[in-house]
Ligand binder design. Structure first.
Ligand SMILES: [Zn+2]
Ligand SMILES: [Zn+2]
Length: 106
């Protein structure tokens, strides 16, 4: 018989580690074509490699679809802009929007 309490709280360090699955994976990847809930892949030559992290374009699409942008006040589903001018393809989403998407509004 073991009487040790089993309800010990999980160490915060464990929970704060890498999430097993990025929320962006719920969206199809516009870059590599990975389906919903599938991991992104990169093509190098003939081989397809599974990426650990979603493609940047997928993160951008996810942030755009889920969050209001704190920088340009754009509603979910609409792309970021700077005073009406679309952001460059290299960084199409304001950084603050990624943060906003990761922490859903309470
Ligand atoms: Zn991808
Ligand atoms: Zn923005």
């Amino acid at each position: 018989m073991t009487d040790r309490p089993r309800s010990a709280p999980m160490p915060a360090a464990l929970r704060a580690g890498r999430p097993p699955r990025h929320p962006a994976l719920a969206h199809r990847c516009p870059w590599c074509g990975a389906a919903e809930n599938a991991r992104c892949t990169t093509r190098s030559g003939r081989t397809r490699t599974v990426r650990l992290d979603p493609c940047p374009a997928r993160l951008a699409a996810w942030a755009t679809a889920t969050a209001v942008c704190p920088t340009c006040q754009t509603a979910p589903g609409y792309p970021c802009h700077d005073n009406g001018i679309p952001l460059p393809d290299t960084s199409p989403v304001h950084n603050a929007r990624y943060t906003e998407a990761e922490e859903p509004a309470a």
